[in-house]
Write a protein that binds this ligand. Structure first.
Ligand code: C5P
Length: 248
């Protein structure tokens, strides 16, 4: 089944997924509601999920009616990841979910199949299933320390190719890897980049950032941006400023 066959799914109006990184359901709900008209989607991750569970995620998603990127980075044996994927898609209607590509080809294929089968059984459009390659917090030395050969960039390239071969829809990567992966993997493979900062925002703890416009120019489909929006005095104004800069 192709995504275009069903029209009920909300697609992002712009490439910005805002990371709502908090344990506080009311805080996340308030951010989501304030950003409804300005961003493309919301990202909820392990911090929020472990504090509030699927019910909390559903509450926040309902508050904004925006596409949801549920960033739980699943990584386990194929049967368990398939089960976890099935549970997610049975209880929630995310636009994107993700798994660690290092879990291997069989695990990624099992996740993609579970997402498709469960969505079909529910009569909803399946979520995009995205692979996490190498965390951008790891450098070449860290990659060597966990026993991988070659540079972090070599690993990203290898794991992204495996993700594509295993039936995933795209990968999370650094904007610095986006051009390479776009060239390797073609125009339809989704590239999602965190590590993005408007020129007027603090880098916080992110290293080697690019602006949203630069990340998109490198081939990113979606940019994940958290604190420059959520920690702004006026969240909607910050998001709209980024949208305007992207259009310029
Ligand atoms: O606030 P900030 O824009 O730095 O938030 C970025 C978001 O993207 C956070 O939720 C962070 O966990 C996530 N992320 C990241 N780098 C990765 C993977 C995910 O910053 N490699």
């Amino acid at each position: 089944m192709t995504r275009a066959m069903k029209t009920s799914h909300i697609t992002p109006r712009n490439p910005i997924f805002c990371a709502l990184d908090t344990q506080d359901r009311d805080q996340a709900t308030s951010w989501a509601a304030r950003l409804t008209d300005s961003i493309g989607g919301i990202k909820l991750g392990l911090e929020f999920f472990n504090a509030n569970g699927p019910k909390g995620v559903a509450d926040v998603a309902r508050a904004c009616a925006l596409p949801l990127f549920l960033d739980l980075k699943l990584h386990d044996i194929p049967n368990t990841v398939a089960g976890a994927t099935k549970a997610i898609v049975n209880h929630l209607t995310p636009y994107m979910i993700n798994v660690h590509a290092a879990g291997g080809g069989a695990m990624m294929t099992a996740a993609a199949k579970a997402a498709a089968d469960t969505a079909a059984a529910r009569g909803i459009i399946r979520p995009l299933v995205i692979g996490v390659t190498i965390l951008t917090s790891l450098n070449d030395q860290d990659v060597a320390e966990i026993g991988m050969s070659g540079t972090a960039s070599d690993q990203v390239r290898r794991l992204a190719a495996l993700a594509q071969k295993s039936g995933l829809d795209g990968v999370v990567c650094s904007p610095h890897e986006a051009a390479m992966l776009r060239q390797d993997l073609g125009p339809d493979f989704k590239l999602i980049t965190p590590g993005v900062r408007p020129h007027w925002a603090s880098a916080n703890d992110q290293k080697r950032v690019m602006t949203p416009g630069e990340a998109i120019a490198q081939g990113a489909d979606y940019v994940v941006i958290g604190r420059p929006i959520t920690h702004a005095e006026d969240q909607a104004a910050a998001a709209k400023r980024i949208v305007t800069e992207l259009a310029a």
